[in-house]
Write a protein that binds this ligand. Structure first.
Ligand code: SAM
Length: 314
């Protein structure tokens, strides 16, 4: 499926919940979000089938925290059973990813995971995440590696004056571990985040001139990845603020309740839930919405869209 700017759209990020067990300062929601409105596993399968018909090849499950869904294994099995997807992946904070669960998810059809860790210092991790336990997140990383939910990406958002002094620690982590640490520049969603200026990725890269670019893992991946001789892992830079990649954007999102969102920086959504039982109408609505995907996001440091990524699905 192509949009009006001839971008090929084949990547769906689907939020299976907006609930989260953590409450990150820049992402969490002040109010406890409830289970109400979440799509069931069968409804998610109906959606996935329609998106595959429209040309989607890769599916990422996200949230909120997707591991809070007790039926996540069924969701993955049902998505895999649709057929036609090249890959099903997951974004998680990893704290609930036990070894047993990692094996089960792999068996259900999950190919790989991204785990979000914004600090390698236990106390700071706790502060940023509103009470999270770094050891649990690192155990999740270990479980994912053992279960071969790989290549494994660690997402880190650096916040000025909060954890930006840890860039080099993360780079050292990537040197010693078979993971790709990806620095994601903070995008301004809610008004509260606007006091947190993004840390431009170029500033980190400048300090490590020995890093050499490596081949992208997928077409249209937003991350520019680097490695160096004798490194076990890689380091990647996702720069939505300092180096927009909208021209090659191939992604769309579905929120926890079935609303389609074609651009992170656009407030508009199309409610697909009422169309679930009519596949022709559903695919038609998806194609129409995708056609009008905005050419680019317009995040400005002061823009604050009034919601957080936890609610949209990161
Ligand atoms: N709970 C899961 C997790 O922690 O990975 C999935 C949802 S979370 C919203 C997905 C990713 O979005 C995390 O890596 C988080 O750091 C990132 N994120 C949240 N708010 C962001 C923002 N304003 N700018 C950039 N990345 C953000």
């Amino acid at each position: 499926m192509h949009d009006q700017f001839n971008r090929k759209i084949d990547y769906l990020r689907l939020a299976v919940t907006r609930r989260c067990n953590l409450n990150c300062t820049y992402c969490g929601n002040k109010n406890r979000l409830s289970v109400s409105g979440e799509l069931g596993a069968f409804e998610i399968q109906q959606l996935v089938r329609a998106f595959v018909k429209c040309g989607v090849k890769r599916l990422r499950l996200t949230g909120g925290e997707p591991l809070l869904r007790t039926d996540l294994t069924e969701i993955i099995e049902r998505a895999a059973a649709v057929g036609g997807l090249k890959e099903i992946s997951l974004t998680t904070n990893g704290t609930l990813l036990t070894q047993e669960l990692a094996f089960t998810l792999k068996e259900a059809g999950l190919a790989r995971v991204n785990i979000s860790i914004d600090s390698l210092k236990p106390l700071r991790y706790k502060e940023i995440t509103g009470g999270g336990n770094l050891d649990e997140a690192l155990a999740g990383v270990e479980a994912a590696l053992v279960s071969r939910l790989t290549p494994l990406h660690i997402n880190a958002v650096l916040l000025r004056g909060v954890n930006d002094d840890e860039a080099d620690d993360f780079i050292l982590y990537a040197r010693k571990n078979p993971v790709t640490v990806r620095f994601i520049e903070l995008m301004p969603f809610s008004q509260e985040q606007n006091c947190l200026a993004p840390v431009p990725n170029s500033q980190i890269l400048e300090r490590h001139p020995y890093l050499t670019p490596v081949k992208p893992f997928t077409r249209s991946q937003p991350s520019v990845d680097y490695s160096a001789t004798n490194w076990k892992g890689k380091v990647g830079f996702i720069s939505p603020m300092s180096d927009k990649f909208c021209d090659s954007c191939n992604r769309i999102r579905v929120l926890f309740d079935g609303r389609l969102k074609t651009c992170l920086g656009d407030e508009g959504t199309v409610d697909l839930k009422p169309l679930l039982d009519d596949e022709a109408a559903l695919t038609d609505a998806i194609k129409k919405a995708v056609h009008f995907k905005p050419p680019s996001h317009n995040f400005e440091p002061e823009c604050g869209l009034g919601y957080t990524l936890q609610e949209i699905g990161g």
